[in-house]
Ligand binder design. Sequence first.
Ligand SMILES: Cc1cc2nc3c(=O)[nH]c(=O)nc-3n(C[C@H](O)[C@H](O)[C@H](O)COP(=O)(O)OP(=O)(O)OC[C@H]3O[C@@H](n4cnc5c(N)ncnc54)[C@H](O)[C@@H]3O)c2cc1C
Length: 454
Amino acid sequence: MTSSTPIVIIGGGFAGLAAAVRLVDSGRKVLVLEATKAGGGRSRSFHDKVTGREIDNGQHLMMGCYHETLSFLKAIGTPIDQAIHFQRNLGLTMIKPGGGRIELACPPLPAPLHLAAGLLGMRGLGVLHRTAALRAGLMLQGEIMRPDDNETCDAWLRRLGQTQAVRGAFWEPLIWAVLNDDPLVASAAMLLTVIERAFMSTRDASRLAIPRLPLSELYVDRSVALIRERGSEVRFASPARQIELDSDGRVSGVILKSGETIATTEVISAVPPHAMLELLPAPAREDLVFRDVARLESSPIVNLWVSLDRPILDRAFVGLIASPLHWLWDRDRVEAGVDAGSRAAPSRGPSLLSVTISGARSFVNDQPEALRELFVGELGRFFPQGPTPEILGFRVVKEKRATISHAAGTYRRRPETRSPIPGLLLAGDWVRTGLPATIESAVQSGHDAAAVLR
Ligand SMILES: Cc1cc2nc3c(=O)[nH]c(=O)nc-3n(C[C@H](O)[C@H](O)[C@H](O)COP(=O)(O)OP(=O)(O)OC[C@H]3O[C@@H](n4cnc5c(N)ncnc54)[C@H](O)[C@@H]3O)c2cc1C
């Protein structure tokens, strides 16, 4: 094989494209194989006929602590300041049934004082509950309160003496959002990594960062252009069928579904776990590492896109307390970059709402009519004031395997970047990055794989 033989990267989502960009930047040749026509994987956008808009497969949120992602976006020339709206300070509005609000507004103090002050000053929550949250923060300093990966969030929050009210207003929305799983099963250790990274490091790390552009415009188109400019290749609608191994068990090529074989000794698999296993010859799947991968479970997300005759939110997004509809996003405000904490009056005219149902096991098999009924019911419960808005368009996007499940005890089954097969590196949000399966984990995994080959 010649030195010009490319590194084959299978998968054109955040992980694969981040790996490719790092490698072409250091002068390596890559060939990205992407199964679909447009790439982007679980973070993609497309034109939707029902709403008449360019929509994402689901609203994605980033944070100031997404350092790898921000460095990737800079590398591909995304104008960060225009493309992403950064909150000035961490702020959240949660709505209670009946329409009452609980507001977290962190002041501009150094971390973690900003969060402590924010929790203590939470409007709409009794003082007992606010001090319980603060006490949890102080207790985290002691080793004994650190969870291991076998402890669930639910058990841990009970150990930390968290009241039901503060769980509902702060902890549970956070868990559903970052772990995409039920607090009753999700790993507390995984939650703690997020708390430490996002809330305990710097004030900026905890700011929410909301993409204003459709996701494909944010990163797919730009990365593909850059990879091609550097003389490397990205092939869409080119699914890989199998990774070929030589008689010593080393990578020797990739066979495409079209029947073509590409000779290479270096492959980065940047596809989800089930797709990676399908790429392996059957005997290779017997390795313990891959058997653990086969035991990773997934957790769905259902996203509703609803065109309404008028806006119902007075800010970019809100959370609903104790509702299966976890977050509501006013897409027009998101695209305009209006601060999530802004109290500006709702604009007039039709409005596009995006609704996130995380860990949506109970809803992922529902028909659109049932989800529409659920939406209308929750709208009446949480926004009882004023006339009910008219639904002009209703679109459901289901992601059955949105992320791996972060159930307690899962982390040890996630594989390292270097696989047991010489020449095969593993990337994807689900590999062992120390993070939950998020964009940041995907990009980190791509950068880690590239670092091995550069
Ligand atoms: C609805 C939803 C909302 C989310 N919200 C957030 C959020 O707010 N914040 C956040 O950080 N994360 C969020 N996530 C998670 C985030 O989208 C993922 O962590 C990230 O997109 C994973 O990227 P990836 O590159 O690892 O995998 P993927 O995006 O799955 O990319 C894998 C690619 O491989 C391709 N592929 C598969 N098999 C083959 C094959 N045989 N040959 C060639 N190509 C193949 C696929 O088509 C795909 O393009 C959300 C996910 C979903 C689904």
